[in-house]
Design a protein around this ligand. Sequence first.
Ligand SMILES: [Zn+2]
Length: 348
Amino acid sequence: MTSSRLARLASLSVCVAFSSAWAVPAPSAPAAAASAPGPAKPSATASSKDAASAAVSAKAEPTTSNKPASTKPAPAKAPPPAPVPTDLPTWCKTIAERLTALPLHQCLNTGLQPGDGRSVRGIPLWFRDIKPASGAPRLRVLVLGGIHGDEMASVNLVFNWLERSVKSNNAPIHWRVVPLVNPDGLLRKPATRTNARGVDLNRNFPTADWATNARSYWISRTGKDPRRYPGPAAMSEPETRWVQRQLEQFKPNLIVSVHAPYGVLDFDGPPPPPDKLGNLYLDQVGIYPGSLGNYGGVVQRVPVVTLELKDARQIAASESAAMWTDLLGWIDRRLINVAQQGSTTKQP
Ligand SMILES: [Zn+2]
């Protein structure tokens, strides 16, 4: 790794684009993760905020149901905890309220199914499988949006691509599309990069260097940035475990992971990468302990295309379409036709 790449890594690692406020109470957690130590700062902050919120709530709560009417203004009540959307109509309604560019009907009409995993708060992780319009698939592609909950544009983009692939899938591709990996982060107010336990899911994958480097990297290179906390252990988070299961069960030949807002195209894995997707140009920024690119591309040897959109809040439909066209073209040239040539040469 060159010194310039290290410098660039360092500069990227300390970028903070959004608020790191911690407003959601810590939910119940699996025993292994609950017993492990978390980052001191976020835990302490969350605890104090929780305590303050509980105190306000206790003061505001009436003690009887038939109190006499008072001319004094009622004390402000703490908002009730956000409901956990577990069915598709409620989930879509909740998500569409946060993603202004996502019409409710688009979310409802894309045929999402609940996966066999849930977020920390218990929200199902929805996905959709799309098989080729005709013939057997020759390639399996896993598309992931919203690993970071405050990157709304990535969720919008994946919903847009999902709609496109549902309408027309003439390529021999079996798509598995997951618009939102981190619903807890997206639904926080304000939305957060991390999940409900304050873990950066894109630093929580079981890379070869996780045990030795993830925590020390977080401490020395990010200054214990709570937005980049890798978790108490690799795979400590249910969202990470579910994505890892998709790799085991679906066995993708390609993973496409959508992020924002660095405005580049990153790539990990074996074949020649795409030069560009839409207005994003290849700029391989390196790998991090616990990242999906590191785990998928280096450990699993599955190519991982990582889009870093330019704006985390929104993406123009024309940009989304251009990226989709370029992605399909690259897949066709570099993966499907290469695979076809490879299988042809292996014929006896
Ligand atoms: Zn991201």
